[in-house]
Design a protein around this ligand. Structure first.
Ligand SMILES: [Mg+2]
Length: 96
């Protein structure tokens, strides 16, 4: 599958893929908003998540970013956010 994603990315090029990502990202946001209000289905959300992930995989290939690099960065960001949540909870408990 990764070879096909690379082929798509190479065929259309970086600039076109940015524009396509904007389109796909907007579609995902729209179906998520719709899902929140019961207007779109889980399957429609799944479809748009797949579109966005294909786009992201294309950028990952195009920029030669490894899965390990992404995993490490995700781990850092998740831990940072968990730290923020803990601080928020500590502040809330001291305010009571
Ligand atoms: Mg789409």
């Amino acid at each position: 599958m990764i070879e096909q994603i690379q082929e798509i990315f190479d065929h259309y090029g970086f600039h076109a893929q940015i524009n396509k990502y904007c389109e796909e990202g907007t579609e995902l946001l729209e179906v998520l908003k719709g899902y929140e209000y019961g207007e779109t289905s889980r399957d429609e959300v799944l479809d748009e998540i797949a579109d966005v992930r294909v786009m992201l995989a294309g950028f990952q290939c195009g920029l030669c970013i490894t899965d390990d690099e992404i995993r490490d960065r995700m781990e850092f960001k998740i831990n940072r956010q968990i730290g923020r949540i803990k601080k928020e909870k500590e502040c809330q408990s001291t305010e009571l």
